[in-house]
Design a protein around this ligand. Structure first.
Ligand code: MN
Length: 505
């Protein structure tokens, strides 16, 4: 097919070997044949979606198994071909990636009004489950590529579906991408979701922002000339300087806090200076502060203290030419790549090393142990644990997991300890649901109340009105919440007995 050139999938940071190209070519043919005759809502061939998802993974510098799996990612769900056929044809590694992406597709995040968990908690639990289900992070990379292409083409879906997909994208996938340090991907996903989630505000932004952006950029061109002259004079090799216009989605979040007053947004456009090494970062910062006085309290050294997701840069805000407040970001090339592509960039660097050590590392990666980025996560965790708690705590749970994530019939995700049972689940929802439990359905089948649950299980509790908990539940429940509630209920019953009172039905 003319517009889907196989060769474009070979263009990546490190050239693929003949063997790797052959794998990709076979996946390309297999996918095209399997999706033959299928079209998307837009009328384009379905294969185009698989091809574009695969192309996105090549931009991130990911390996051939990922590119092949991206080509094959919708086959099990949408065609008669099976996972077994994929395994036979492409081997266990590619098949397990396809399987992972297929499984993630079964869970959908929806808006809920009748809520007992708050919206933030619901989204957080959902993200944790997605993470826990993907023991190989490459599954999430493929899912993100899939979602990115779906969002780019969201316009052709019916409005109801647009809204649901946009919400899930913002609450779950953009946020996951951000936590993996993939800021560019997270930002693009949020930008694509914004018009569907807040159409009126988006129209306001379109009417007000572009003019401001043009004016800012014209002004900053003069600023950059001055900075370049100073760098040259002081012997800092001429770095790459560009502007980073704030994304609409992040501008929008900020504007809400500033009563939509755009003149209050100093970093509408920031000057981004990319230099050769860390020493030049600090030198450049010094020169900026010599040229223009910094605003107190606005300087941030994310090189010495990276953000929890690994982001590194120096940020400063100064009274610039004509006293106009302007933000600068200074970083090295490596920091820049990592800031854009996060863990995917680390993964790509890792892969650039000699093939043998890469091969040795790869199975380890799948286990989530001991590769560089995990070590890095641990280091960041140590640096941040005491100060921030929140974010790293949740990441720790995700990676070194002793938690499971199960789903209610309405699609809410409940966070439980490893080994938890339907009774723990029931009490987590409501003490009455726990008290009245008589049985459970797990993934549609009847299960005993002491069944050990696992991540991704769909649980429904069967109840009988007025029933009281059984003492033997205490032998298998895992959560202290369930244990306490059961003991409370039993104690109440004993008291009623002792005083000869009639038990309430
Ligand atoms: Mn897809």
């Amino acid at each position: 097919m003319e517009e889907y050139q196989l060769e474009t999938l070979y263009r990546t940071r490190r050239p693929f070997s003949d063997e790797e190209r052959a794998l990709i070519a076979r996946a390309y043919d297999f996918s095209m044949a399997a999706h033959e005759g299928q079209t998307r809502k837009s009328g384009e061939p379905y294969f185009g979606h698989c091809f574009e998802a695969a192309r996105i993974t090549t931009f991130w510098g990911l390996d051939a198994a990922v590119v092949a799996a991206a080509l094959l990612h919708d086959i099990v769900e949408d065609t008669p071909r099976t996972l077994a056929e994929i395994k036979q044809e492409f081997g266990a590694e590619t098949a397990s990636l396809v399987d992972g992406v297929t499984k993630l597709g079964h869970f959908k995040f929806r808006e809920r009004k009748d809520e007992w968990l708050d919206e933030h908690e619901r989204a957080e639990n959902f993200r944790k489950m997605i993470f826990a289900l993907s023991d190989d992070l490459r599954v999430i990379f493929i899912k993100l590529a899939d979602r990115l292409h779906n969002m780019r083409t969201l316009g052709s879906l019916p409005p109801e579906k647009q809204k649901r997909v946009a919400l899930e994208t913002e609450e779950v996938y953009a946020s996951l991408a951000y936590r993996l340090g993939m800021a560019r991907v997270a930002g693009e996903l949020e930008d694509l979701a914004l018009p569907y989630l807040h159409p009126a505000d988006y129209a306001w932004l379109l009417a007000h922002v572009p003019e401001q952006l043009d004016e800012r950029e014209a002004y900053l061109k003069g600023v950059v000339l001055e900075l370049e002259a100073s760098l040259r004079e002081n012997g800092v090799p001429l770095p790459h300087i560009d502007f980073r216009a704030k994304r609409y989605s992040s501008l929008y979040k900020k504007l809400i806090r500033y009563d939509m007053d755009i003149s209050q947004i100093y970093d509408l456009v920031a000057v981004r200076v990319i230099v050769a090494n860390v020493e030049d970062c600090y030198k450049t910062l010094g020169l900026i502060h010599q040229l223009w006085p910094p605003l107190p309290g606005r300087f941030k050294d994310y090189i010495a203290l990276p953000k929890p997701n690994g982001y590194q840069s120096l940020h400063t805000t100064v009274f610039c030419v004509d006293g106009r407040i302007t933000e600068f970001q200074v970083r090295t090339i490596e920091m820049h790549e990592a800031a854009e592509y996060g863990i995917a960039a680390h993964w790509a660097y890792e892969k650039d090393k000699d093939t043998k050590s890469y091969r040795r590392r790869r199975p380890v990666f799948a286990d989530g142990k001991d590769v560089r980025w995990v070590q890095q996560l641990r280091a960041w965790q140590e640096a941040y644990d005491t100060k921030r708690g929140g974010f790293m705590d949740s990441l720790k749970v995700d990676f070194f997991s002793d938690r499971i994530y199960v789903v209610t019939p309405k699609g809410d995700v409940i966070d439980l300890p490893q080994g938890a049972t339907p009774i723990d689940f029931a009490y987590q929802i409501h003490s009455e649901v726990g008290d009245e439990a008589v049985g459970a359905r797990v993934n549609g089948g009847i299960a005993t109340l002491d069944r050990t649950l696992k991540t991704g299980d769909l649980i429904e509790i069967l109840r009988q009105k007025g029933k009281k908990p059984s003492e033997n539940w205490l032998e298998f429940v895992k959560t202290s919440l369930a244990r306490d509630r059961i003991r409370d209920a039993l104690k109440k019953r004993d008291l009623l007995d002792r005083f000869g009172l009639k038990r309430k039905k």
